[in-house]
Design a binder for this molecule. Structure first.
Ligand code: NDP
Length: 289
């Protein structure tokens, strides 16, 4: 059976690599190596030094940005073998990924951008959606190994997956913030957030923010840390790059990026993305519950 490798055992990568290791021989590497050893213990993967991941036929990455993916590719460069596929699950940047794909092709390595949606819960359950950019035959070749996915959509050439992911996350940001603004006003008026959400979630204003994020994380005051605010702001920057690259109209998404930049300045990159609503609560002098 072919050998896989997974690099980057963070909030997403750790459970994603777990699904691979349950079904295929899987090498794992992480910058903080203790996490790779813990993964080996928990899932039966094999923790290896970076150069050894080049033994795999399919290399997966799930790192913060395209910059870190480029860095590990350079570190691996002398060891890379022709015929290897590189599946990049990072929410990365389209143009940087096209350059990386060209560079890897010099070694005969085929790069696919394959970012995911579904959050840490989807990663744990193995129900992520994967949006892939790259050549059709390569997509077909790696599809059987995407054991963490419930849905795989081939959206276009290299970079297209990252573009779709960035726009998706921009929509998440809009929905979350807009719902926060509306709920602060309703709570101030004396309507409980719970009642307001009961109506909205049976009506046309509903979104993942109103159905899941706000009731489970804001109303309960739990605010678990699953997806860093700094990473969402990174995605908003990528989305603006996509819009600006096409000279597409973007007044709302531009403003959305600004408010999340502000939230990042106030709350720090490591805050969870949903904590952005704490800023609205502060301004509005009321909590959403
Ligand atoms: P985390 O911050 O939890 O994990 C980041 C991973 O990258 C860790 O394994 C970290 O290693 C590694 N890393 C960081 N910097 C470097 C570096 N310079 N060199 C090598 N490795 C490095 O992030 P997430 O798992 O949340 O996110 C990963 C990607 O997935 C991002 O692109 C994010 O936007 C995307 N994503 C996140 C979702 C979420 O809900 N969290 C949902 C969908 C996509 P170490 O352990 O040493 O710090």
């Amino acid at each position: 059976m072919e050998k896989l490798a997974f690099l980057g055992l963070g909030a997403m990568g750790y459970p994603m690599a777990g699904h691979l290791a349950k079904r295929f021989p899987t090498l794992v590497w992480n910058r903080t190596f203790a996490k790779a050893l813990k993964h080996q213990e928990e899932f039966g993967s094999k923790a290896v030094p970076l150069e050894r991941v080049a033994e795999a036929q399919v290399i997966f990455t799930c790192l913060p940005t395209t910059k870190e993916v480029g860095e590990v590719a350079e570190a691996l460069w002398p060891h890379l073998r022709p015929g290897t596929y590189w599946v990049d699950a990072t929410s990365g940047e389209p143009e940087g990924s096209r350059k990386l794909a060209e560079r890897l092709l010099e070694k005969g390595v085929v790069y696919l951008d394959a970012p995911v949606s579904g959050g840490t819960i989807g990663a744990e359950k193995g129900t992520l959606t994967v949006m892939m950019g790259g050549p059709q035959e390569a997509v077909e070749r790696v599809k059987p190994y995407l054991a963490y996915a419930a849905k795989v959509v081939h959206v276009g050439p290299v970079g297209a997956g990252h573009a779709v992911k960035a726009i998706n996350n921009a929509l998440l940001a809009v929905n979350l913030w807009a719902a926060g603004e509306g709920l602060v006003a309703l709570v101030r008026q004396g309507v409980s957030a719970e009642k307001a959400l009961e109506v909205i979630n049976a009506s046309s204003g509903r979104s993942n923010a109103t159905e899941n994020l706000i009731p489970q994380r804001v109303v309960t005051r739990a605010f678990p840390k699953t997806f860093a605010l700094g990473l969402l702001v990174k995605d908003l920057g990528i989305a603006m790059g996509v819009l600006d690259g096409e000279k597409a109209p973007s007044p709302l998404l531009r403003l959305t990026r600004e408010v999340y930049e502000m939230a990042k300045r106030e709350l720090g990159s490591e805050a969870d993305h949903v904590e952005a609503l704490k800023l609205l609560e502060r301004w509005g002098g009321t909590e959403i519950h």
